[in-house]
Write a protein that binds this ligand. Structure first.
Ligand code: HEM
Length: 449
């Protein structure tokens, strides 16, 4: 293996189909790979509200995490060249599949004159080009065919806003509308809201992603216009063991308590197989994209114990403040020697934890860090500009039913969550994600059946 083909971290390994399959299954859920040195939590002044904590949903949390514990720990990633994620299937790729390094979420507004036939034409073209590109093949009218050759785990996922259903003359899912306002926290900017059609691109190579995005946007050009683009990133391919939970720009492990394929919770909550949920169409789900500004200037002012107290987890390895390892179940009823809750009443994980059986979402977010110009140097509390960095999280949440699953969690967090001290939602969009398709079919075909 040449130097350039070696993973950034880990040992050389053979590049076989089996290795790839194993890698994908390992990445589909977070593995528990605790780093050394769990730190002691300092008692932070102001940890009040003894007994105010909400009921722990330990059973569900255990189910969500049980499979994660059995994941392999020392598997290195195979070389990137040749890595492909199948495009065809009953569900679209890019949701349950491992999250690659780069993502670009593109919202398109369709032209006024588009009718049902035009929409079908567009979806057929997009499907055909996406299928080619994700397989490392050249779409029909690719003027840079060399760029299509490295698939780099590219996925293209389509999502529908309300207007797609209007144009198709089909009843939309009842939850497909803008989220309710969360007045205490929202500072939404119109430039990051809504959209008729979502194109979600994910890949481990930035050039592959840029090319795929350009190809599909050329398809879109005569049907509509780009409304917004949100670009995000995680750690580089090969820089961490497969399955490692991602870190956000606050330095936190973000995505520990998530549905997994292995535990069956992905089927229940993302694909709507839980008793209290119904998928809007076979193989369909939804995505909510919240653009959340993270104020790194005021975050700098918080010391480590305060940062850990705000979330209820350790920064070193993501363990709950009541545990040792990342996937230990948080004990929300535990109290310290003073009688205060170890995981504070305002801690993010307490407020976000499920209060009803269906309140689980798949968080598959990406960091963003935009260029800054004309910055004054420090961004005060609640400000979303002026600092030397313009950073945050493209919070992408997948669930069968946004109203039953996402909204109650977001309402609780809007009401009380210490993390709100440093975060401000600045964009919000909801899309229905249609099921996948087989060769010869196209994404969204059920709307035309
Ligand atoms: C920039 C904003 C946010 C940051 C930095 C953030 C960070 C975190 C961190 C560090 C954790 C603990 C580890 C984990 O399980 O992933 C967590 C957990 C969680 N967060 Fe967030 N989060 C943000 C916004 C949100 C929003 C908007 C929601 C939903 C409306 C949400 C829902 C959750 C849920 C459901 C959990 C798991 C709770 C449990 O332990 O049961 N988060 N988040």
């Amino acid at each position: 293996m040449s130097h350039s083909e070696q993973p950034l971290q880990g040992t050389e390994n053979s590049f076989s189909e089996t290795a790839k399959a194993e890698q994908h299954s390992a990445q589909a859920s977070a593995s528990s790979t605790p780093l050394a040195g769990a730190s002691r939590r300092a008692v932070v002044a102001g940890t009040v509200g003894l007994g105010v904590g909400v009921a722990a949903t330990l059973g569900t949390q255990t189910a969500l995490q049980s499979a994660q514990k059995s994941q392999p720990k020392d598997e290195a990633q195979p070389p990137l060249i040749g890595q492909r994620v199948p495009f065809f299937g009953s569900r679209q790729a890019g949701i349950e599949t491992p999250a690659p390094t780069y993502a670009s979420f593109v919202a398109v507004d369709l032209n006024n004159g588009i009718d049902k036939d035009g929409l079908e034409r567009l979806l057929r073209i997009l499907t055909d080009d996406a299928a080619h590109l994700t397989e490392g093949k050249t779409p029909v009218v690719d003027q840079e065919p060399e760029l299509a050759q490295v698939a780099a785990s590219l996925t293209v996922t389509l999502g529908f806003g309300e207007r797609i259903f209007e144009i198709a003359g089909v009843k939309k899912p009842s939850w497909l509308q803008p989220l309710p306002a969360f007045e205490k926290i929202d500072q939404l900017q119109q430039q990051w809201n809504d959209g008729d059609l979502l194109l979600q691109f994910c890949a481990d190579d930035r050039l592959t992603l840029a090319h795929a995005q350009r190809m599909l946007l050329k398809d879109v050009r005569s049907f509509g216009r780009v409304r917004w683009v949100q670009e995000g990133f995680r750690r580089a391919y090969g820089s961490e063991k497969p399955g490692q939970t991602m870190r956000n720009l606050f330095g936190q492990l973000d995505g520990t308590v998530n549905p997994t394929t292995e535990a069956g919770t992905m089927n229940e909550y993302v694909w709507g197989e839980a008793d209290s949920l119904t998928p809007w169409e076979d193989g369909g789900t939804s995505v909510i994209i919240r653009r959340i500004h993270m104020n790194l200037d005021t975050w700098d002012q918080a010391d480590r114990p305060a940062r850990e107290d705000a979330v209820g987890r350790k920064l070193s390895n993501g363990a709950p403040l009541t545990g040792t390892n990342e996937h230990d179940v948080a004990d929300l009823s535990a109290t310290n020697e003073l009688g205060f809750n170890v995981i504070a009443p305002y801690a993010h994980i307490r407020r976000a934890s499920a209060q009803k059986p269906e309140e689980h979402i798949l968080r598959r977010g990406y960091n963003y860090d935009m260029p800054v110009s004309d910055a004054s140097g420090f961004s005060e509390h609640g400000q979303t500009s002026g600092g030397v960095s313009n950073s945050g999280l493209i919070f992408a949440s997948y669930q069968a039913d946004p109203v039953k699953q996402f909204v109650p969690i977001q309402r609780r967090l809007a009401e009380l969550d210490m993390l709100n001290t440093w975060t401000v939602p600045i964009g919000s969009a909801v899309f229905a994600i249609p099921g996948g398709c087989q060769p010869g079919g196209f994404i969204g075909e059920k709307l035309f059946a």
